[in-house]
Design a protein around this ligand. Structure first.
Ligand SMILES: *Cc1c(COP(=O)(O)O)cnc(C)c1O
Length: 435
């Protein structure tokens, strides 16, 4: 499998190069040169297969020029060690819980997979690789956890001071070892700008091999297909293949990497009826799908902060999947936007009517599923719960008037001493990277 750049100005590369480079030299996103076909019977017999087996069959075509089947299997064994349960909470209404991983958000699978692939493919122990990443909250923790202790890799995480939740901050500032947290006086956009500048700064890249771990990296993007495929397996087993063919996935979306992985699996033959991208006030995609221009803009801050993205990087991959044919895309994808007030009301509705404790992102996923079912009745729905509610305690308290109890492990995490370096300029970042 080769990966082409969606800007079409750089040569195609193998998995290894796409993984290490992140972005192609022409600044395009890497995209598989072909959509692999699964073996005959794969989709029909999904429900009877072992999840690890499903993962290996699904991902092997994407990595086979760089990893053996045995290597892929041992990587997936480390990645898939927690549950991804589909739970029914109402009539035709289900939730896919993706928060049972080590940092309580769905990014764990992608971050762990990428970290293990990099670890398996680092050329020699003398090459020290630095992963530089900006986070608005969940990415930092998932990446820090995924790369913790990985030989030959250092991780530097930039996060906006005061703009991530207390739990998120603890997850990225208390690990030590090869993880460095930089607390930036500024916004997430400022963090991202500094990271981009560092990648282009030769005075740094001469000394350090830099790589990113954000959601555009194929190592983070592709394994997310497993969420959907394993959910369909559970759904088919409980209901039927016919029911799975009508299934709508409602996905809380920010950078549109997660939903795009689901749509890639569908292009590979995975049963699904429709995809719904549910988002907050950052509504460039819903506006575009309703007929307006595609108009990226600066992000606005909301209660569902992991989706505060004004210029979603992965949307172009969705366009590519459907050949830039607007009508084809509209057949498969709808998108709705919700305000903070609607998010709080959804959290209340989920708690009172369905006895379900949702985080603000999952609540938006629920709204998408509910509204799509109103518009097109007869579709069973699964909404994705992308983080555990305890990651967003102040919002939960605002919506429900109480704070859920922390588990003993989380209480212990909250009590750990925080270690971060406060920086306010690019020069300070540079000093850290050159030290
Ligand atoms: C990152 C994140 C999202 C958005 O996922 P994308 O792949 O960027 O669309 C949604 N919910 C939570 C909790 C997240 O951490």
């Amino acid at each position: 499998m080769q990966y082409i750049s969606l800007n079409k100005q750089s040569p195609a590369v193998g998995f290894r190069e796409a993984l290490f480079q992140g972005l192609a030299p022409d600044k395009g996103l890497y995209f598989p040169s072909e959509i692999p076909e699964m073996p005959a019977g794969f989709w029909d017999e999904l429900q009877d297969k072992d999840p690890l087996e499903v993962g290996c069959t699904l991902l092997y075509p994407f990595v086979k020029d760089a990893l053996s089947e045995a290597q892929l299997r041992s990587i997936l064994e480390e990645v898939l060690h927690f549950e991804l349960p589909v739970k029914q909470i109402g009539d035709q209404l289900h939730v896919l819980e993706l928060f049972h991983g080590p940092t309580l958000a769905f990014k764990d699978v992608g971050a762990l997979f990428m970290a293990r692939c990099l670890g398996a493919l680092t050329p020699d122990p003398d090459t020290r690789l630095t992963i530089l990443v900006a986070t608005s909250g969940d990415t930092g923790g998932a990446v820090a956890n995924g790369f913790l202790g990985v030989e030959g890799v250092e991780v530097v995480i930039l996060y906006p001071s005061g703009k991530v939740s207390a739990l998120q901050e603890q997850q990225l500032t208390t690990l030590g070892q090869n993880i460095t947290a930089l607390e930036v006086k500024g916004s997430f956009d400022d963090c991202q700008l500094m990271v981009k500048k560092a990648f282009l700064d030769e005075s740094i890249t001469e000394h350090r091999l830099l790589s990113s771990a954000n959601s555009i990296n194929v190592g983070r993007w592709l394994p997310q297909m497993l969420y959907y495929v394993l959910a369909v397996a559970q759904f088919q087993k409980k209901y039927s293949k016919e029911a799975a063919d009508k299934l709508v996935f409602s996905v809380p979306s920010g950078n549109y990497g997660n939903i795009c992985a689901g749509m890639l699996a569908h292009r590979m033959g995975m049963p699904a009826g429709h995809f719904l991208a549910a988002t907050n006030a950052n509504d460039v995609v819903p506006r575009y799908l309703s007929g307006e221009e595609y108009a990226p803009k600066p992000s606005v801050q909301t209660y569902s902060n992991a989706m505060d993205v004004g210029d979603p990087s992965n949307f172009i991959r969705i366009e590519e999947l459907w050949g830039y044919e607007r009508n084809e895309l509209l057949n498969k994808l709808s998108s709705y936007s919700y305000s903070d007030e609607e998010t709080l009301a959804a959290m209340q509705e989920l708690h009172e009517k369905y006895n379900y404790l949702a985080d603000p992102h999952g609540a938006i996923g629920f709204l998408g599923a509910r509204d799509f079912q109103k518009e097109q009745p007869g579709h069973p729905a699964i909404f994705l719960e992308t983080a555990h509610a305890v990651k967003f305690l102040p919002v939960v308290e605002k919506a429900l008037g109480f704070q859920p109890e922390l588990s003993p492990a989380l209480k212990e995490l909250m009590a750990r001493p925080k270690e971060s370096t406060l920086i306010s300029s690019y020069e300070e970042l540079k000093a850290v990277l050159l030290a």
